[in-house]
Design a protein around this ligand. Structure first.
Ligand code: HEM
Length: 423
C-alpha cells in the first residue's frame, strides 16, 4: 500500500489508508451487548464479535470468487485461458475455508464459562441467520431438499422477508454445480459421431469384467470362487450405473447422484485422459471442486466440535438441538460435488483405457492447436485434396468463431463426409 499516501483520482484529497479501507466503519462496528446500560463489558464478547465479523468478511470474499467463476462458466464455450483464472480463484476459496477452520482455534481460547458469562445477551441471534453462509451454499449448488430441517422448519424462515427474497432468487439462479454440469457435458470426445469415448470404454470394461468372471470360474476353492464372482457382480452393478440410463436415473431419484449421465461420462474422460495437455486444467478444476466440498465439510465439523465444547448438549440460541443438529450437517448430503469423488469407482487399469485416435490425440495435445494446424493446412481447390481443403475451411471458421471447440471440429469434420482416422 505504498501509494496510499498519494493523491486520489480527483487530484485534491490525498487518499489515506483509513479512508480507503473504510476503517472508521469497520473498527467502530463492535458493539458489546454486555456493556449496555453502562455496566462493565464481558471481556470475551469482543473476541466473539470480531471472530464472527472476520468470518463474514471472508464469506463475502468467497462469494465474490464463486460469482466470478459462475460468470466465466455461464457461456457455451469456455476459453482455456479463463480456466486458469477459475482454478486460481477456486483454489483461493479452498485456502480461505482452511483459514476459517483455524480461526475456531482462536475462539476456543475462550472457555465455555467465559462464553456463558455473556451468552444470554445474544438472545435468539444465531449463526443460523447468516445470510452470506446460506448464499454461499446456494451459489455452490446445495439443494434445498438436501438440507437437514431444524425444528421441522425451512432454513429460509430464519430470515427477514427481504433476505428471503434474496435466498429464493439464489435457489433459482444457476449454481456453480449447474454450470460445471453443462461444461462437463461438452467434453470433447463424448460425441457418438466422433471419438465416441463411452462406447469404446463400455466395450473395454465389459471385456475386462468377462475375463475376470472366467478367471474366477476357474478357481478350485469354492469359497474363493464364490467371493471373486460376488466381487465381479458388484463391479458389474457399479459400472452399470454409468452404462445404463435407467440405473443412473434410479440413483438420481434416490438422491445418490446429481450430475447428468453425460456430465459424469465427461468427467470420467477427463480423469482417464488427464495426462493429455488440454485436460490438465479441467482435471485440476475437478480436484479443486472436491477440495471445496471436503474443506467445507471439515469446517462444519470444526464448528460442531467447538459448539459441543462451548455448550455441551444445551440447545442453540437459534433453538436447534445445538451440537446434534450441527453434527448431522457434516454428511454426504451437504457435499455438492460428491459425484466426482465416486468417479474413482470407474477407473480401470491403464491398458484398458481406450487409446485416443490421431485426431483426438492432436486435439487434446495443444491449447492453440486450431491456429497451429490451420497454418499447416493450405486451401487446395483441386478434387484430390477436397477433404483437406474442407478441413482447412472449417478450421478457419472454427478458429474465427468464439464458439469453436475441438468438438465443433470433430463434428464438422464428419459432416464433410470423411470418417475420422483411427489409431
Ligand atoms: C461460541 C461460539 C459459537 C457457538 C456456541 C455457536 C453455536 C451455534 C449453534 C448452536 C448453531 C445451530 C443453530 C442454533 O440453534 O443456533 C450454530 C449455527 C451456525 N453457526 Fe455457530 N456458534 C459459534 C460460533 C460461530 C462462528 C464464529 C461462526 C462464524 C460465522 C458461526 C456460524 C454459524 C453458522 C453459519 C451456523 C448455521 C449452520 C448450519 O445451519 O448449517 N458460529 N452455531
Amino acid at each position: 500500500m505504498d501509494d496510499l499516501g498519494q493523491d486520489s483520482n480527483d487530484g485534491k484529497t490525498p487518499l489515506r489508508y483509513e479512508s480507503y479501507l473504510s476503517l472508521s466503519k469497520i473498527l467502530t462496528a463492535q458493539h458489546l451487548k454486555s456493556a449496555e446500560g453502562g455496566v462493565t463489558p464481558i471481556h470475551d464478547e469482543h473476541l466473539f464479535i470480531i471472530t464472527h465479523q472476520a468470518f463474514e468478511l471472508w464469506f463475502k470474499q468467497m462469494l465474490y470468487e464463486i460469482d466470478s467463476a459462475r460468470t466465466i462458466f455461464n457461456t457455451d464455450y469456455l476459453e482455456e485461458r479463463n480456466m486458469l483464472v477459475v482454478i486460481s480463484r477456486m483454489n483461493r476459496v479452498v485456502e480461505i475455508i482452511k483459514l476459517l477452520n483455524s480461526q475456531f482455534l482462536i475462539l476456543e481460547t475462550m472457555t465455555s464459562q467465559d462464553f456463558f458469562d455473556f451468552r444470554d445477551v445474544l438472545e435468539s441471534g444465531s449463526g443460523f441467520q447468516s445470510l452470506q453462509f446460506r448464499l454461499l451454499e446456494n451459489r455452490l449448488g446445495l439443494r434445498a431438499e438436501s438440507r437437514i430441517r431444524h425444528n421441522g422448519e425451512n432454513y429460509i424462515e430464519a430470515f427477514t422477508l427481504d433476505e428471503q427474497n434474496v435466498l429464493y432468487q439464489s435457489e433459482k439462479d444457476k449454481s456453480l454445480f449447474d454450470l460445471v454440469n453443462s461444461w462437463l457435458e461438452r467434453t470433447p470426445g463424448l460425441e457418438p459421431g466422433g471419438f465416441d469415448f463411452f462406447t469404446k470404454f463400455k466395450f473395454s470394461v465389459e471385456a475386462m469384467l468377462n475375463e475376470a468372471e472366467a478367471f474366477a470360474q476357474e478357481k478350485e476353492d469354492p469359497l474363493v470362487r464364490e467371493r471373486e464372482l460376488r466381487e465381479n457382480d458388484k463391479s458389474k452393478a457399479t459400472f452399470n450405473t454409468i452404462f445404463d440410463e435407467h440405473s443412473h436415473d434410479q440413483l438420481v431419484k434416490k438422491g445418490e447422484r446429481r450430475f447428468s449421465l453425460k456430465a459424469i461420462r465427461g468427467a470420467l474422460m477427463i480423469f482417464l485422459y488427464r495426462d493429455e495437455p488440454r485436460f490438465h486444467l479441467p482435471f485440476q478444476l475437478l480436484q479443486c471442486l472436491m477440495d471445496i466440498d471436503e474443506c467445507l465439510n471439515k469446517l462444519r465439523y470444526g464448528h460442531a466440535c467447538m459448539v459441543q465444547r462451548m455448550i455441551g448438549s444445551k440447545i442453540g440460541s437459534g433453538e436447534s438441538s445445538g451440537f446434534q443438529y450441527l453434527r448431522s450437517t457434516c454428511s454426504e448430503r451437504y457435499k455438492i460435488f460428491r459425484d466426482l469423488m465416486s468417479l474413482s469407482s470407474f477407473l480401470v487399469p491403464r491398458d484398458r483405457i481406450p487409446p485416443l485416435n490421431n485426431l483426438m490425440k492432436r486435439s487434446l495435445s495443444v491449447n492453440d492447436w486450431t491456429t497451429e494446424f490451420e497454418m499447416k493446412v493450405p486451401v487446395q481447390p483441386d478434387a484430390d485434396s477436397g477433404v483437406l481443403s474442407s478441413v482447412s475451411r472449417m478450421l478457419r471458421r472454427v478458429s474465427s468463431s468464439s464458439q469453436g471447440t475441438s468438438e465443433d471440429f470433430i463434428s464438422s469434420y464428419r459432416r464433410a463426409g470423411k470418417p475420422e482416422s483411427t489409431v
